[in-house]
Design a protein. Structure first.
Lengths: 388, 76, 195
C-alpha cells in the first residue's frame, strides 16, 4: 500500500468515506503503536530523519495528558511539493496520522500548520477536518505558516502556535519537553504522519518515500518511490534528464551536492544514505545541468539562504550575508584566493553559532558545493550573473 | 576537584556587546562580527571567578554558567 | 552632635549624591551606546556604573540620616519613606523621598536581575528617567543655599551632562546592528491578529 494509492491525484482530495472504504477505519493509537513504529524503523520525513517511534516515546513520557501535536505542513523549501500534494490529495491520511499521534502521546490538541501559499492544501485539509467526527474535529485547528524558509523549523512552528510569531527560539528546552503553552509538543512532518496512518493499519513500514524531482528533468514533480530505488531510477521516473547533468543536489537547500556520475547509483533510503554520510533531507532531488554554472547556482542559493535568516543571531545574519557576498563576488568577478580563504574561515565561524539549524544547513550546503565543484570555485572566470 | 562548569551563550539574546570577551579573553573571543565564540569544554578552576563576572556583567543576560551535560544523542 | 555639622553633612552628602547619580545616569547611557576605546573597555563603563550607583546609595543614606536626626528639621523617620509626610518643606522633601525610593527599586532589582529576568529588570530600570529629574528638582527646591554659587554651578553641570548624554542617545539610534533586520523579519512573520 502506498501513500498515493487510491483515486487519481487529478481528482482532488479523497473524501472521508472513500478513504475509510479503501483503508478501513482509524486504528487505535497508543503504546502498542509506538512500539510498532519503533520496529518499523520509520524516520522523520521533514529533514532531520529522527526515528519517529523514539520521538513519540519521549513526548509521551513528558506529556502530562495535555501534550500538543503540531502537524508541520509549512513546506518552506522552495522546490519541495510533496507535503502540499499529500495535504491536497490525501488529507485523511495526514489527519489519521495526527489523531494516532495525539492518542499515542496523550495530546488533547492538534494544530495543523499549513504554509500560507499552499491554497489547495489548506482548502483540502479544512474540508477534511469538517468531515471528521465531532470529538476528532474539536481537537484540531489550522494555523497558517508564513511562507519563509525558517517558518518550518520545529521551534518556529511552536512559537507560531504559542505566540503568533514564526521565528525559531532558543532550544533548551526542546519542544518535545516544553513547547506550546509549556506542554510537551510533538512536531511531525505531514508525510511522516501519512506513513504512520498506513503503518498503523498494516503493522509494517510502507517501504516507499515521497521525493520531489526538480531541475533539468523532463517531468519534474512529486514521485513515490520504493526505498532503495536509485537516484538514477528516480530521475528516469521523472522523464529522464532534459540535458546532460553535472551534479545532483540531494535534500534541498540544506542538502549535499553529488557529481552526477556518482549520484545515479545512490539508493533513496534514509539508513543507506546515512551510512554514506548523506541525507535525503526534505526529499528534494535537484538536477543541475552542465549548461548551468555551478558557482553561480550556489551563489544564488546562498543569497536566498542569507535573506531567509530570521536576523535573531549575529553570526547567522552577518555570516551568511558575508558568505553569500563572497560567493557572488566569485561568480561575478572571478575567483580571488582571498575570497576562497574567507569562505573557509567564515564557514567555520558561522557553524553551530545560531539558535537554530539555519546557519548550519547553509554552511554544510556551501562546504559540499566547494568540495564537489572545487575546480569551478578555484578557477571561476568573471561573467555576468545568470538568473539563478 | 574541577566543578565541571561550562559557559553557554543564548544566541538570540546575545547582541554582540562584547563584555564577556573583555572579561574572559582566555575562553571567549569575538568573531568577525563582534559575537562571542566560547572555547568548548569545562572551565578551569582559576577562571571560574572571571566566568561568573562575565555572566553578571552581560547587559542582556545572554551568557550563563551551567554544569557540563553528558553528550546527548542529536535529536531534532 | 552640633547642628551645624549635621546640616552641612546633609547638604554636602546631598550634593555628592546628585553628582554621583548624574554620573551613574551618564554611564548607563554610555553603556547602551556601547562606548569603548582602546583604553576604556566596555566592562569598565558597566563596572563604574554599578559601583557608583552603590556609592550613591551610601551618600544618600548619609544625607537622609543626617537630615532626619537633625533637631532643626523635626523630621521623623516616616518622612524618609512616606512622601509628603513632613511639615518641613513638605513638597520639596517629598520629591526627595520619591527619588530615593525609585532609586532603591532600581538598585534592588539590579542586584537580583538573575532572579527576576531581563524584561522585568529593564522595565524598572527605565524609572531612572523619573528618579534623576525628581532628585534634581528636590535639590533645587529644598536646599537653603540652593542658589549659592557653588551649588548652582554643580547642579547646572549635572543637568547639562545628563541632558547632553540623553540628547546624544536619542540621536544615535540603536547600536544593535541586528535591530532593523530583526524587527522587519518579525513583522513579516507576525500572525498575531489572524490567529
Amino acid at each position: 500500500m502506498k501513500l498515493l494509492s487510491g483515486p487519481d491525484l487529478s481528482l482532488g482530495p479523497e473524501r472521508l468515506a472513500a478513504h475509510v472504504q479503501r483503508l478501513g477505519p482509524l486504528p487505535q493509537g497508543g503504546h502498542a503503536l509506538v512500539e510498532v513504529l519503533v520496529r518499523s524503523g520509520l524516520t522523520g520525513r521533514g529533514g532531520a530523519a529522527f526515528p519517529v517511534g523514539l520521538k513519540w516515546r519521549v513526548v509521551a513520557a513528558a506529556s502530562r495528558g495535555s501534550a500538543v501535536v503540531i502537524v508541520n505542513g509549512a513546506e518552506g523549501e522552495p522546490h519541495s511539493k510533496k507535503d502540499r500534494l499529500l495535504m491536497a490529495s490525501r488529507p485523511h491520511l495526514v489527519i489519521d496520522g495526527a489523531l494516532l499521534a495525539a492518542a499515542s502521546v496523550h495530546a488533547r490538541e492538534i494544530v495543523l500548520c499549513i504554509g500560507e501559499g499552499h491554497h489547495a492544501a489548506r482548502r483540502s485539509m479544512s474540508e477534511a477536518v469538517a468531515e471528521r467526527a465531532d470529538h476528532e474535529r474539536r481537537m484540531m485547528r489550522i494555523v497558517a505558516a508564513p511562507a519563509r524558509y525558517v517558518a518550518g523549523d520545529s521551534s518556529a512552528t511552536v512559537h507560531l502556535v504559542d505566540a503568533g510569531v514564526a521565528t525559531p527560539t532558543t532550544t533548551p528546552p526542546p519542544p518535545r519537553e516544553r513547547g506550546v503553552g509549556g506542554a510537551a509538543t510533538l512536531v511531525q512532518n505531514v508525510e511522516t504522519l501519512a506513513h504512520v496512518a498506513l503503518i498503523a493499519r498494516t503493522g509494517v513500514a510502507t517501504g516507499t518515500l515521497l521525493i520531489t524531482v526538480a531541475g533539468s528533468v523532463r517531468a519534474p514533480g512529486v514521485y513515490e518511490v520504493n526505498a532503495g530505488t536509485t537516484l538514477g531510477e528516480a530521475v528516469q521516473l521523472a522523464g529522464g534528464t532534459s540535458s546532460p547533468a553535472r551534479a545532483v543536489l540531494l535534500g534541498g537547500y540544506f542538502g549535499q551536492w553529488i557529481e552526477s556520475g556518482a549520484a545515479w547509483s545512490l539508493p533513496i533510503d534514509p539508513h543507506a544514505l546515512r551510512d554514506r554520510g548523506l541525507s535525503l533531507g526534505c526529499g528534494v532531488i535537484g538536477v543541475l545541468p552542465t549548461s548551468h554554472c555551478p558557482v553561480c547556482e550556489v551563489a544564488g542559493i546562498m543569497r536566498f539562504l542569507a535573506s531567509e535568516s530570521s536576523a535573531q543571531c549575529g553570526p547567522c545574519f552577518f555570516g551568511l550575508r558575508a558568505l553569500a557576498d563572497a560567493c557572488t563576488r566569485i561568480a561575478e568577478r572571478g575567483t580571488d584566493p582571498g575570497d576562497l580563504q574567507r569562505l573557509q574561515r567564515w564557514s567555520a565561524e558561522v557553524q553551530g553559532r545560531g539558535a537554530c539549524k539555519h546557519p548550519d544547513g547553509a554552511v554544510m550546503f556551501l562546504r559540499s558545493a566547494m568540495k564537489t565543484f572545487e575546480d569551478d570555485f578555484a578557477q571561476h572566470p568573471a561573467h555576468q550573473r545568470r538568473s539563478a | 576537584m574541577t566543578k565541571q562548569l561550562e559557559l553557554v551563550v543564548d544566541r538570540i539574546k546575545c547582541d554582540g556587546r562584547g563584555l564577556c570577551a573583555e572579561i574572559l579573553p582566555e575562553l571567549i573571543r569575538l568573531d568577525s562580527w563582534g559575537y562571542p565564540i566560547v572555547a568548548p569544554g569545562p572551565i578551569l578552576d582559576h577562571l571560574v571567578g572571571l566566568a561568573e563576572r562575565a555572566v553578571d556583567d552581560c547587559p542582556v543576560l545572554a551568557i550563563a554558567l551551567r554544569r557540563t551535560q553528558a553528550p546527548k544523542a542529536k535529536a531534532r | 552632635m552640633s547642628n551645624q555639622l549635621l546640616w552641612y553633612t546633609t547638604r554636602g552628602a546631598g550634593a555628592v549624591s546628585l553628582v554621583l547619580l548624574s554620573a551613574v545616569v551618564v554611564l548607563g547611557i554610555l553603556s547602551v551606546l556601547r562606548i569603548q576605546t582602546a583604553g576604556w573597555p566596555r566592562f569598565l563603563t558597566v563596572g563604574l556604573h554599578r559601583n557608583l550607583a552603590l556609592m550613591t546609595l551610601v551618600f544618600l543614606a548619609l544625607h537622609i540620616v543626617t537630615a532626619v536626626v537633625d533637631p532643626f528639621t523635626h523630621l521623623g523617620w516616616l518622612a524618609a519613606v512616606v512622601p509628603f509626610s513632613s511639615y518641613y518643606r513638605t513638597f520639596w522633601l517629598g520629591l526627595g523621598t520619591i527619588a530615593f525610593e525609585l532609586l532603591l527599586a532600581i538598585v534592588v532589582t539590579s542586584l537580583v536581575r538573575g532572579l527576576i529576568g531581563q524584561v522585568a529588570w529593564r522595565l524598572v530600570h527605565w524609572l531612572t528617567y523619573a528618579s534623576w529629574p525628581v532628585a534634581v528638582v528636590h535639590g533645587v527646591g529644598t536646599g537653603t543655599d540652593a542658589w549659592s554659587a557653588w551649588l548652582f554651578a554643580l547642579q547646572a553641570a549635572c543637568v547639562v551632562a545628563v541632558l547632553a548624554a540623553i540628547g546624544y542617545r536619542l540621536m544615535a539610534g540603536s547600536r544593535d546592528p541586528l535591530a532593523n533586520a530583526r524587527s522587519s523579519f518579525q513583522s513579516a512573520v507576525d500572525r498575531r491578529e489572524t490567529r
